[in-house]
Design a protein around this ligand. Structure first.
Ligand SMILES: O=P(O)(O)O[C@@H]1C[C@H](O)[C@@H](CO)O1
Ligand code: GUN
Length: 284
């Protein structure tokens, strides 16, 4: 697997976690920047801080608490990451996805990814929720794919087809959940493009990313999706559009991480309602 921990390391981490909780989740949820509030809805929760888990990286980004939450959400047994790892924190790409490998070892079959992202599609608005239909792995296209390095076939194949990364059935289910909640007007669907970060885009970069076909841009998620698919998991992803990228010099906006977190907080209620209903409707 990539350049990272061995299959045995992942089994060891998983064995440690299984001793700390009796929950046996089939669904794994990753909370994006400022979107960890979903963790508050988990019942009968067992919380394991990352710094107590052997070989786990540390969360360094505000809005990412650094805890695994096991428990029941809408009748489903889940494991939820309150905080993910990013390449820009200094972690190699493979390291950012250790928790996804561990989730699979724990028995998770379905991966629900969320993130905060900048809008590139001029028809989008701040506060919209975008279902990820497809992605562009910009680091991967330039030689930093998360699967780079020796491949262990016990995880998955050397050459992974990625045309079907995002599960269509779960996307349709999310659309019907949004309609049921009256959120269809803010629901979008599109292509998420991953950059390394931590810089937000220049105007020229935003134009480039838009011309590449991106509808939203962020600094995570894609490596997690690829690793999930590498291990045969079903993957679904959703972006909260926390800011609009500047596509012209006349409308230069200076996005800050505080803006991102503030929109996350403002939209937390709707996002939690939507995510909960999606989870409720899912067949695992
Ligand atoms: O973890 P996500 O992708 O939600 O975090 C986004 C991207 C950067 O880490 C950060 C920028 O504000 O938010
Ligand atoms: N790259 C990038 N990541 C984000 N995460 C939240 N907003 C943004 C953004 O505008 N650009």
């Amino acid at each position: 697997m990539g350049e990272g921990p061995s299959y045995d390391d992942i089994q060891r981490i998983s064995a440690f976690i299984l001793m700390r909780t009796e929950h046996r989740p089939k669904l794994g949820i990753v909370c994006g920047s400022g979107l960890g509030g979903l963790g508050e809805l988990v019942e009968d929760a067992n919380v394991i801080p990352y710094n107590e888990i052997p070989m786990f990286p540390a969360s360094t980004v505000p809005g990412h608490m650094g805890k695994l939450v096991f428990g029941i959400l809408k009748g489903k047994t889940v494991v939820l990451m309150r905080g993910r790892f990013h390449n820009y924190e200094g972690y190699p790409m493979w390291k950012t996805t250790i928790p996804i490998r561990v989730m699979k070892a724990l028995g998770v079959q379905t991966l629900f990814l969320t993130n905060a992202a900048g809008g590139l599609n001029p028809n989008f608005n701040v506060g919209d929720i975008m279902i990820i239909r497809d992605h562009i792995d910009l680091p991967g296209l330039t030689g930093e794919c998360v699967l780079r390095g020796a491949n262990d076939e016990r995880f998955g194949p050397r050459f992974l087809a990625t045309v079907d990364t995002y599960d269509r059935e779960l996307s349709e289910l999310a659309k019907s959940a949004a309609t049921e909640l009256g959120l269809h007007e803010i629901l979008r669907e599109g292509t998420y493009i991953m950059i390394g970060g931590p810089t937000f885009e220049t105007v020229a970069e935003s134009k480039l990313l838009r011309n590449f076909g991106g509808d939203a841009v962020g600094m995570s998620t894609v490596a997690e999706s690829i690793v999930g698919r590498h291990m045969g998991m079903r993957v679904f992803g959703m972006s909260l559009i926390t800011d609009m990228c500047s596509l012209s010099y006349d409308e230069k906006k200076c996005t800050t991480h505080q803006d991102v977190l503030a929109i996350g907080e403002k939209r937390a209620g709707d996002l939690q309602k939507l995510a909960s209903l999606i989870v409720e409707k899912m067949t695992l």
